[in-house]
Design a protein around this ligand. Structure first.
Ligand code: MRU
Length: 360
């Protein structure tokens, strides 16, 4: 269901409306920057579709949306036993929406653990407990983003040109973002930062979302096509790269939006530091390296007729992986809410993040 937009001053990508029988509201990110349209999800199938279609996107934001999605699944009538069963099925179902960002599975595991704790007096008590858990996931992400911003801002000096890829801003998280949080914080501290925004083919998260967020925060920025990054680096305009992440493995390999690997290789070639900003919920210490990360494959039409206009011949073969993996050796540092991990190694990751997340 579409509803009129609330104030465009807010970048909350997701929010819960009402009490435990309420509903989930989110900005339809596929329509930005042209229109700030809100959608309301009253059925778990609508939440699944919103995640799958990238109406809500970005690793932390899809975890938050999925957690609320479990609450959406039990907002209707039913006995306690019915709702418990519905909540578990909803968690399993939402986990099939997208494969790469581990935050989705991390958030759903938290909801499952809350369900498994049991001891609910009745159906309203279950609804309240699960909404509290989803709200806690949401609030913790907000705090983690702020802390990432504080640590990340220290990496930037006054006058830096900083390149970013995809969107790791407020839209992709509870608030403020990860990579963009570092940039916003440095900007708020009075450092003059100029951001070079990769447009991020094929779905243009950089052009549509990152440029929109930066301009609203009045951070100076310049949009470039992805293929221009090498030239801009050679011209000496970039002093640092910072990106978000969808999954970071135990050895420090980083999955992020397709094209991130190319940027990391370019940064290495030009001697430019390559930073990754991510909360502990983005780490998957069950995987030893990036080879184990499932890479989402998306529809050919995103490339052949993106945004409704056909730009390739009918019937052409298409390969459309949505993510790639940057090997740890190309990552200068990982900025987390707990501090900066540098150099990037399995040992340092385990010591900073090991106790923050459950290892199966
Ligand atoms: O396919 P998307 O738009 O969900 O991909 C998002 C990204 O790759 C982001 O860079 C990542 O999730 C980090 S968000 C803080």
């Amino acid at each position: 269901m579409n509803v009129p937009a609330r104030s465009a001053a807010s970048e909350d990508s997701v929010r819960w409306i009402g009490d435990e029988t309420g509903l989930l509201e989110m900005i339809d990110q596929t329509l930005l920057p042209g229109s700030t349209t809100l959608i309301r999800c009253e059925r778990v199938e609508e939440v699944w579709e919103a995640i799958r279609a990238l109406r809500v996107r970005g690793a932390p934001a899809i975890g938050i949306a999925a957690a609320y999605g479990v609450c959406v699944a039990i907002r209707g009538e039913g006995s306690l036993a019915d709702l418990l069963q519905r909540a578990v099925s909803a968690a399993d179902y939402l986990a099939t929406s997208r494969p790469t960002a581990v935050n989705l599975f991390w958030a759903l595991d938290r909801m499952r653990s809350r369900i498994a704790e049991g001891s609910f007096a009745d159906a309203p008590a279950l609804r309240r407990a699960l909404l509290d858990e989803a709200r806690a996931i949401h609030d913790e992400d907000r705090q983690m983003c702020r802390a990432i911003g504080r640590h990340g801002a220290e990496l930037f000096e006054d006058g830096f040109g900083v390149l970013t890829h995809c969107n790791a801003g407020g839209l992709a998280t509870a608030e403020y973002g990860t990579a963009l949080s570092a940039i916003f914080t440095a900007h708020d501290q009075g450092k003059r930062i100029h951001v070079w925004v990769d447009e991020t083919r094929p779905l243009l998260q950089g052009a549509r979302l990152t440029a929109w967020e930066l301009m609203r925060h009045q951070v100076p920025c310049t949009l470039i096509c992805d293929s221009m990054a090498a030239q801009v680096m050679r011209e000496g305009r970039i002093q640092a790269v910072i990106v978000g992440a969808d999954r970071i493995t135990a050895n420090g390999d980083v999955a992020n939006k397709i094209g991130t690997y190319s940027v990391a290789v370019l940064a290495h070639h030009h001697g430019i530091p390559f930073y990754v900003a991510a909360p502990s919920s983005t780490f998957d210490l069950t995987l030893v390296s990036g080879e184990g990360i499932p890479i989402e494959q998306r529809a050919a039409s995103e490339i052949t007729e993106g945004f409704g206009r056909r730009t390739a011949p009918e019937g052409v073969a298409v390969y459309n992986p949505a993510f790639d993996v940057v090997p740890a050796r190309l990552v200068t540092a990982i900025v987390t809410e707990r501090g900066v991990i540098a150099p990037v190694s399995a040992r340092r990751i385990a010591s900073v993040i090991g106790d923050a997340i459950e290892i199966a």
